[in-house]
Ligand binder design. Structure first.
Ligand code: F6R
Length: 607
């Protein structure tokens, strides 16, 4: 969702800000803007649409400014329009603000400020911050921002600059990330590491309530009482070129191809001297043994990773496990005791609903374990233990490699729980681990020949609807296949456990209706084939994902996509890949932008 950048230094600020905003584009947005300090005043340029439109608008701007702030906005309060785009300014235009998050008491603040004579020009919650800071401003921006944040209820990442204080930007945050870096060319702030690592590999992660006072020659950090503090520094070891396409036509394809590496990196160092361990769990063996219920809470694709894991945790560790959409979890008063383990899964680590679920679980006394892709993210910070999925930065809005990283991490967790409970011996775990590691090679094989996938996608490209079906592990895998297709190709796709088809959905089948079935070798294979036949006899076009060597399936499907033979427990890791490629291929055939699907944002920081 929204993105923040800010810069003060020796370079031309408009170029640094536009470059930073381009790096944040992957998050999804509908408008963008920048404010530049210009000889004692501020010049603000905002545009609806892509950052490219904003770049064109400022290309010929006669500016030598070396200090400014910028923003990409994903509308919450107020429609996507130029007047609602950030930066927002105070009455006299001397204070400019960019903001991520939601100011919950904005109406109350707005009414109070309006009564004092402030004039508002937008429908946003953010604009109140500009006026509030103006109200408290007595010549020191840091003091005014600090005072203003005491009045704000809600979530915020803020970068604020003031025309009267050349070269100064103040940033602060609560429940919305802010990172900073200082390099030779000056000081940078952003809501995402990717927009600051060009300055330095040592990135400061601002804590809740902390403030950063940025000048061209350095950044000073303060706690909420304005006492100077040492920032928490994180060293980033991945390259800026993770944000480049590396020769692939789009980020989604690049990220799909990175998956064998993600599997290997996620498993690296886990098995030492024949013993599997997750040191970051933050729980002793005794505590693990006491766990008698697991909740997996997540949204979207991450929720689907949870559906796969439930079968592993229940199957191997024999612990009752529920998978809950995070936005539902917190409102239904879940039963949590000290022996409940809540596993929060989130690529971005900043999904508002998942964070709310974590907080709910902790208030109720449960142990929380996070699985996330973003180091130092709120999910990582607020959990008792965390596994990082090692997917590295995921740019395409649709999750692919981070999903596989989540499934592999959850698989490890399932094995560790089973081991602790004495349900799997160390020898059994070692065998499983070897097969799990082998999935990397199997995914490589899938990626090496995609002709059958592309052919099936071409055949389905004009469909308006599609069903994804499977049983057991295949059912969980189907849910993710359907989500991928709908989000990037805009084809209406639904997933059902295959046995459910005849309880309703089959009524929709008509000649040519695509039914994509996960029909790999498993204890329920014959049942899936029967369900395929039921659909086929109603004229559906069947695309089957099957196990190499299965000739029988050809009699029941119009298109067959083979995957290498793999243990059923790990089948989703391998079978998800052709489904990702199928969705991408179909989206491309339909002329869609696979990296930036409409209406979607990479991280969903509002409930
Ligand atoms: C789909 C997708 C979304 C996310 C969901 C949760 O491809 O990316 O469904 O999975 O918004 O996001 P995280 O995992 O960041 O909590």
């Amino acid at each position: 969702m929204c993105g923040i950048v800010g810069y003060t230094g020796t370079k031309l600020a408009k170029d640094v800000l536009i470059e930073g905003l381009r790096r944040l584009e992957y998050r999804g947005y509908d408008s963008a803007g920048i404010a530049l300090q210009e000889g004692g005043s501020l010049s603000v340029t905002r545009r609806v649409g892509k950052v490219e439109g904003l770049a064109e608008a400022v290309a010929d701007l006669p500016t030598s400014s070396t200090c400014g702030i910028g923003h990409t906005r994903w509308a919450t309060h107020g429609a996507p329009s130029e007047r609602n785009a950030h930066p927002h300014v105070s009455c006299d235009g001397s204070i400019a603000v960019v903001h991520n998050g939601i100011i919950e008491n904005f109406q109350e603040l707005r009414d109070a400020l309006a009564a004092k004579g402030h004039t508002f020009r937008s429908d946003t919650d953010t604009e109140v911050v500009a006026h509030l800071v103006e109200d408290y401003y007595e010549g020191d921006l840091l003091a005014a921002v600090s005072r203003a944040t005491r009045d704000i209820i809600g979530a915020y990442g803020l970068a604020i600059t003031c025309a009267a204080e050349p070269g100064r930007i103040v940033a602060t945050r609560k429940d919305s990330p802010i990172v900073l870096a200082h390099g030779e060319a000056g000081s940078y702030v952003a809501s995402d590491i990717i927009a600051v690592i060009e300055a330095s590999r040592d990135v400061a992660v601002l804590g809740d309530g902390q403030l950063a006072d940025m000048r061209p020659d350095g950044i000073t950090y303060y706690n909420a009482d304005l006492k100077e503090i040492e920032p928490s520094i994180m060293h980033v070891d991945w390259d800026v070129d993770v944000a480049e396409k590396g020769g692939y036509p789009d980020f989604m394809l690049k990220e799909i191809h990175e998956q064998p590496r993600v599997i290997r990196d996620t498993l690296a160092g886990r098995m030492t001297n024949g013993v599997l361990s997750i040191d970051e769990l933050g729980m002793s063996l005794e505590e693990l043994r006491l766990i008698d219920r697991v909740y997996i809470v997540a949204c979207g694709t991450s929720y689907h990773a949870g559906l796969i894991a439930r079968q592993l945790i229940e199957g191997w560790a024999r612990i009752p496990t529920e998978v809950e959409v995070a936005s539902e979890f917190r409102y239904r008063n879940p039963i949590i005791t000290p022996s409940t383990l809540v596993v929060a899964v989130s690529q971005s680590g900043e999904t508002a609903d998942t964070l709310a679920a974590i907080r709910e679980a902790r208030i109720k006394g449960g142990k929380v374990f996070g699985i996330t892709n973003v180091i130092g993210s709120p999910v990582a910070r607020e959990s008792d233990g965390v596994i990082y999925t090692k997917a590295n930065k995921e740019i395409a809005v649709a999750s692919t490699k981070s999903f596989l990283g989540q499934v592999v991490s959850l698989t490890l967790l399932s094995m560790v729980l089973a081991q602790a409970k004495g349900k799997l011996t160390n020898d059994q775990v070692r065998l499983l681990f070897k097969d799990l590691a082998d999935t990397a090679e199997k995914v490589e094989l899938v990626l090496s020949d995609t002709e059958a996938i592309d052919e099936a996608a071409r055949a389905c490209k004009d469909a308006t609807d599609a069903f994804f079906i499977g049983r057991g592990m295949g059912s969980a895998t189907s849910f993710e296949g359907a989500l991928k297709l709908k989000e990037i190709s805009y084809v209406h796709a639904e997933a059902y456990p295959a046995g459910e088809m005849k309880h309703g959905p089959i009524a929709l089948l008509e000649p040519g209706f695509p039914v994509i079935a996960v029909a790999t070798q498993s204890p329920v294979y014959d049942k899936v084939v029967s369900n395929l036949q039921e659909s086929r006899s109603r004229g559906a076009m069947i695309v089957a994902v099957a196990t190499e060597g299965d000739e029988e399936i050809k009699a029941n499907a119009d298109y067959v996509i083979y995957i290498p033979k793999v243990r059923d427990a790990f089948m989703p890791i391998v079978a998800s890949v052709p489904l990702q490629l199928f969705a991408r291929s179909m989206a491309i055939a339909r002329g869609c932008d696979v990296d930036k699907p409409r209406n979607l944002a990479k991280s969903v920081t509002v409930e």
